[in-house]
Each structure stands twice: as structure tokens, then as C-alpha cells.
Write a protein of this length. Structure first.
Ligand SMILES: NC(=O)c1ccc[n+]([C@@H]2O[C@H](COP(=O)([O-])OP(=O)(O)OC[C@H]3O[C@@H](n4cnc5c(N)ncnc54)[C@H](O)[C@@H]3O)[C@@H](O)[C@H]2O)c1
Length: 504
């Protein structure tokens, strides 16, 4: 099945933010494009706005003047839906309301040809439910673009229960000829990106609500240790707290209030108080002129230990041993398998974050997961309640000797990066098991849709099978609400490895 011919007209209905972006993409790809909006005059305004954006592309040398002129000539505002009769694809980007979208598609079905593809750009409604109003729902699907559509490459091609394979494939191939990176997914709440990304926000908010760290520290750790482009607080300030909360709320509701997606009370209060983020001048951070950005917690300089004793296999933190040696600190390796830990000269232990709380060990300092311990510029530490001050001082000095800033946080089992990544990995495995998308498409979607440094499956492979499962299993023991319960899919994944490695 091939993509739509570039000579086939494409219509965009609803010419707000998304409609304009999608129209520009189809137009620059080479299609004749029709614009229709329910508010009279808006399609004309949208055509003018798209024209102005094409001008800017010419100024920036990203589009030739002749191509701009040809594109403008292909762009036509329509005064009524009947003018879309000869279109081969209609993409809808109207109000996010089921009844409005259903009614629109029922009207369109009477106007366009039988083989015209009908697509919705909905973010949160069920594609199946919208299509259910149609006589022929087989040609109906979701084409979920991300904002700004001309810049962001990802498009989720969503098949509802009734969507036929040829329609989905044709839409997929068409998105590809438009220069986009399509991923195929089933019609489930949040599709791929908005479903699997939930823990990125939720876990940061949970660590904050548990009073274990402030937003600036959590953001700094997510960025500098986790390798995420932005921290969860600064990112939601950019997205808009109301917008981010409403996605969380919709996914949670659509999953019948599944506790894994429960919205945050802290974010609720922020939205209720009108602190919506950058657009309102204040969110987690203050954007007023001259307002100072709070600094993350950064520990004072401490003396590094003369040596460490490494016991067992440090797993995802194994590279630390090389870094410690390179810093001129002696590493004595012992074969005893007490778990994954470094013993400090004080006798205290340094342990990679697992799902335990800090009340369970006498003299332990936990350190957080890093995407890459060599490149990380900050590491979070968390001392157990009975740990000796000297243990935290030695742990701090050790990471500082490796060139890292150290943020000391309170008791948060699974710390910040470790629990976030473990939950993302779990939701990704769960999604594949439930037929939402393939591993490859999920990795692509999370890298392109939300800029993750690694796709969840790449991350999972790097961490080793069983790592995320064990962490979540521990967390679930301590918080049996179900929020951290590892999925059956993750269990299968972890168990399969154990068998292969011959461990009972
Ligand atoms: N904004 C985003 O970041 C984003 C991202 C992905 C998907 N979406 C989805 O895209 C859709 C549009 O979002 P938006 O942010 O562009 O909204 P918007 O408010 O900017 O634009 C909506 C446009 O639709 C028009 N409209 C409303 N009802 C109509 C109807 N019955 N027929 C024709 N036109 C109608 C309005 O006049 C308006 O111009 C929504 O379904 C939304 O969930 C939005």
C-alpha cells in the first residue's frame, strides 16, 4: 500500500494551533491543501498565518522562494465542508469533544468519496469512539501530531478497533512522505507517548510530595544524572500545568482510575491557584522579571575516602569502579556477593538505589541511577536514618572526587532517576504485551516525542533484565497501593533471563 499521491488534495478541519501546523506539513510536502474552520474567517486567517510562516522559512533559507509561491498557490481556505469533496485525506483538529468530532465526521462522510481517509488529531479521546458514529469506520484512524507539528517529527498513527489495515498503512506511508517519523499504535489511553511518559512527571511529584527534595534539586538530578533534556518541574511549567494535568487526568480516567496513573495533589493545588507555568508567569518556578531561579541542593566539599571495597556486581553502576580508579582512589574488589555495594573506610555502605527505604539499614547511603556515570555531572545521595555522618561525608567526597556535584535528598525509595526509569521501563513492557505498539516504535516515540535520551527498551537492555522488576517489586512491598506493582510483562521479562542465566 502506497502513500497518497502528492497531487491528491488534503483537507484540514479546525485551523487552530495544530490544524495550521498539520496543514503546513502537508502543503510543504507538495499536496494541494484545503482549510476549513467552523468560525467564519478563521480559515482565511490560518492561510495568511501559514503563508507568513513560509515567508520566514524562505528568510532562513529553508525553503526556496519559488517553492513558497507554489505552496501558497496550493493552499485554499474553504467556506463550507462541501468544498472538501475531492480530498483524499481529511485531518481533523477541532475542539477536543467527542460529540463535536463525531458530528463533523458524519457530515464529512456524506461529502467525500468512499476511499477518502478520515483522520483525527485527538490527544485524549478514543479513536474507536469517534469512528463508531461512521457508516464506514474502516477508513477512520488517528494521526496524532505533536506541537509544533512542522518541527516535531513524530506522528502516532492510531488504529481504532474498526480501522482497516490498508487505511492505517496508507496514512503511515503518507506521514513518511511528509518527512515525518510515523509509529503505529493501538487505540489506548494516551497512545504511546502520553501513556508511557506519565511516571516521568508522577515520580518527580511524588518525591516532592514526600518532602524528600525540592523541585530545583529533582530537576537538576533528572537532567544531570538521568540525562533527560529537562526536569519534570521545568518541563511542566513550559507545557502548562493545566495542560499536563489534564493529560494525566484523562489517562487515569480512561484506565478506570488505575492507581499507576493517579494525578498529583500538589499539581492540583498549583493549577487551582492559577500557577500554570510560564504562560501565567508562575508555576513551580517564578518567571517574573528579575525572579531568581532556586538553586538545587549541592553538598559542601567533603574529603574523599582513600579507598573503597567493592562487593558483588554493581550492575548498572559498574562503570563507577573505573571512574573511582581513574580518580586515584584505590578499589579493592571482593568477590562476596552481598548485593551490589561499595564499602567505605568508615564501614558504611554505598548502595545503588533500590526500592528500600532508608529506615531499613543501619549505615547505608544510597546513590541514584545515572544514565552514564562518566558523563553525569550530579549524583543524588540519600542517607539511611541511622547512618553515621562520616558515611555520608565519605560518599559525598567520593562522588565529588569523580567531578560530580552531590545533591543530598531525604528518604525516597528508588530515589529520583531509578524509580522514574524503572516505571517507564515497566509501562513500556506492559504496553508491548498489550499490543499497543512494538518495542522499536515505543523507543522511537519516546526519543522523538519527549526527547528521552534512550528509548525504554534500550534503557532496559542497558540496565540488565530484572533490574527494573526488582526495584519495583521492592517499592511495591513498601507501598502496596498498586502504584509500583510491576506488570506481568516485566515479570516475564525478568524471569526469562534468570532461567537463561541458570539462576533459580
Ligand atoms: N495543542 C496541542 O499541543 C495538541 C497536540 C496534539 C493534539 N492536539 C489535539 O488537536 C486538536 C486541536 O487542538 P488545538 O490546540 O489546535 O486547538 P485550537 O483551539 O487551537 O483550534 C481548534 C480550532 O477548531 C475550530 N473548531 C471547533 N469546532 C469546530 C468544528 N466543529 N468544525 C470546524 N472547526 C471547528 C475552532 O474554531 C479552532 O479554530 C484537539 O483535538 C487536541 O486535543 C492538540
Amino acid at each position: 500500500m502506497t502513500a497518497l499521491d502528492l497531487s491528491s488534495p488534503v483537507a484540514v478541519v479546525g485551523t487552530g494551533t495544530m490544524g495550521q501546523g498539520i496543514a503546513q506539513v502537508a502543503l510543504v510536502a507538495g499536496h494541494p491543501v484545503r482549510l476549513y474552520d467552523a468560525v467564519p474567517g478563521r480559515a482565511q486567517e490560518a492561510a495568511a498565518a501559514i503563508g507568513a510562516r513560509l515567508d520566514r522559512l524562505v528568510t532562513k533559507d529553508r525553503l526556496g522562494a519559488a517553492d513558497r509561491d507554489a505552496a501558497r498557490a496550493r493552499l485554499t481556505p474553504a467556506d463550507s465542508l462541501t468544498e472538501l469533496a475531492d480530498c483524499a485525506l481529511v485531518v481533523e483538529a477541532v475542539l477536543e469533544r467527542l460529540d463535536v468530532k463525531q458530528q463533523l465526521f458524519c457530515e464529512l462522510e456524506e461529502i467525500v468519496a468512499e476511499d477518502c481517509l478520515l483522520a483525527t488529531n485527538t490527544s485524549s479521546l478514543s479513536v474507536t469512539a469517534i469512528g463508531s458514529a461512521l457508516r464506514n469506520p474502516g477508513r477512520f484512524l488517528g494521526l496524532h501530531f505533536f506541537n509544533p507539528a512542522p518541527l516535531l517529527p513524530l506522528v502516532e498513527v492510531v488504529s481504532g478497533f474498526a480501522t482497516d489495515v490498508t487505511s492505517a498503512t496508507r496514512a503511515y506511508e503518507t506521514a513518511r512522505t511528509w518527512g515525518k517519523t510515523p509509529v503505529a499504535c493501538a487505540d489506548t489511553p494516551g497512545f504511546i507517548v502520553n501513556r508511557i511518559a506519565r511516571p516521568f512527571y508522577a515520580e518527580a511529584l511524588a518525591v516532592y510530595e514526600a518532602q524528600a527534595a525540592d523541585p530545583a534539586t529533582i530537576d537538576a538530578v533528572l537532567r544531570e544524572s538521568g540525562g533527560f533534556r529537562m526536569g519534570a518541574f521545568e518541563l511542566t511549567d513550559l507545557i502548562g500545568q493545566d495542560v499536563n494535568e489534564s493529560v494525566t487526568h484523562s489517562v487515569w480516567q480512561s484506565f478506570f482510575q488505575d492507581v499507576r496513573f493517579t494525578p498529583s495533589l500538589a499539581q492540583r493545588r498549583l493549577v487551582e491557584s492559577g500557577r500554570l507555568g510560564r504562560k501565567s508567569g508562575h508555576g513551580w518556578y517564578d518567571y517574573a522579571e528579575g525572579a531568581e531561579r532556586p538553586e538545587p541542593h549541592t553538598a559542601e566539599k567533603a574529603q574523599p575516602p582513600a579507598y573503597v571495597v567493592a562487593e558483588g556486581n554493581l550492575g548498572p553502576a559498574a562503570e563507577l569502579l573505573t571512574l573511582i580508579r581513574e580518580a586515584g582512589i584505590q578499589v579493592r574488589e571482593e568477590d562476596e556477593d552481598h548485593g551490589t555495594r561499595l564499602v567505605l573506610p568508615s564501614g558504611g555502605q554505598l548502595v545503588l538505589a533500590d526500592g528500600q527505604t532508608s529506615v531499613e539499614f543501619r549505615d547505608v547511603v544510597y546513590f541514584d541511577l545515572a544514565l552514564d556515570y562518566r558523563k553525569a555531572t550530579r549524583i543524588a545521595l540519600s542517607a539511611s536514618q541511622d547512618s553515621a555522618p562520616q558515611t555520608l561525608a565519605e560518599a559525598t567526597g567520593l562522588f565529588q572526587a569523580l567531578g560530580k556535584d552531590v545533591s543530598v535528598i531525604g528518604d525516597a525509595p528508588g530515589m529520583i532517576v531509578a524509580r522514574t526509569v524503572a516505571r517507564i521501563v515497566d509501562l513500556a513492557h506492559d504496553a508491548v504485551a498489550k499490543g499497543v505498539a512494538t518495542e522499536e516504535d515505543i523507543d522511537t516515540a519516546m526519543r522523538l516525542g519527549v526527547n528521552y535520551p534512550l528509548g525504554p527498551f534500550e534503557w532496559s537492555r542497558r540496565l540488565g533484565r530484572g533490574w527494573a522488576y526488582d526495584l519495583l517489586d521492592d517499592l511495591h512491598l513498601r507501598d502496596p497501593s498498586g502504584r509500583y506493582a510491576p506488570s506481568l510483562a516485566l515479570y516475564r521479562h525478568a524471569y526469562a533471563t534468570d532461567k537463561r542465566e541458570g539462576t533459580p
